[in-house]
Design a protein around this ligand. Structure first.
Ligand SMILES: Nc1nc(=O)c(N)c(NC[C@H](O)[C@H](O)[C@H](O)COP(=O)(O)O)[nH]1
Ligand SMILES: [Zn+2]
Length: 176
């Protein structure tokens, strides 16, 4: 039985819950999926899972690369043709830390220095990024311009945002 988009987004949310809350980022979860593969789940990831200031999507790519003994920037070359990414929050387009944004990392799966690969075909998002750290996230347009569909999977927004902002101080007016 194949899992629905909502099932995969729930899996991503389960990953997000594992992320240690911080006031300077969001707790996000992601799952790399090849729907038609015998083992559809290629990798899971959550914010800060891998050492360093890592993002959920970054951890998915890094873990998949490591499992195949290749570097992250070449991971697109080993992805099945139907690879898609589920992430509870849309891939970042700018990071206050200055680290490479996940939108760029997703784009890199589509082509590397010498050859183009299929890489990630679609990105399913649970919520858009709240404009708390970096203003409006313009990454969606970049992904679409590169032929990657960005699809909002509805239904888990409240839960996703509650998990994402677990490390953010509760303002007085929020305490009613
Ligand atoms: N899609 C997504 N996945 C994540 O795992 C994560 N933490 C964010 N968060 C976006 C937010 O804009 C950045 O976390 C801040 O801009 C701070 O940047 P750093 O995380 O310190 O590089 N967004
Ligand atoms: Zn990111």
């Amino acid at each position: 039985t194949s899992l629905s988009h909502l099932d995969y987004m729930r899996l991503a949310l389960d990953e997000a819950r594992k992320s240690p809350p911080k006031p300077t980022n969001f707790c996000v979860g992601a799952v790399l999926v090849s729907p038609s593969s015998p083992e559809p789940i290629l990798a899971t990831g959550y914010t800060l899972e891998l050492p360093g200031n890592t993002h959920a999507e970054q951890c998915c790519l890094g873990k998949l690369a490591r499992s195949m003994n290749i570097s992250e920037e070449h991971v697109g070359s080993i992805m099945p043709e139907d690879t898609v990414l589920y992430t509870t929050m849309e891939p970042c387009d700018f990071r206050l830390s200055g680290n490479l944004p996940c939108t760029e990392r997703v784009l890199l799966t589509r082509s590397s220095l010498h050859t183009a690969h299929k890489g990630i075909q679609k990105v399913y998002i649970g919520v858009k990024e709240p404009e708390k750290f970096v203003g409006e996230n313009k990454g969606r347009r970049k992904l679409e311009d590169a032929g990657i569909q960005v699809i909002h999977v509805q239904g888990l927004e409240d839960e996703i945002l509650k998990v994402a902002t677990a490390g953010h101080e509760i303002k007085q007016e929020d305490q009613q």
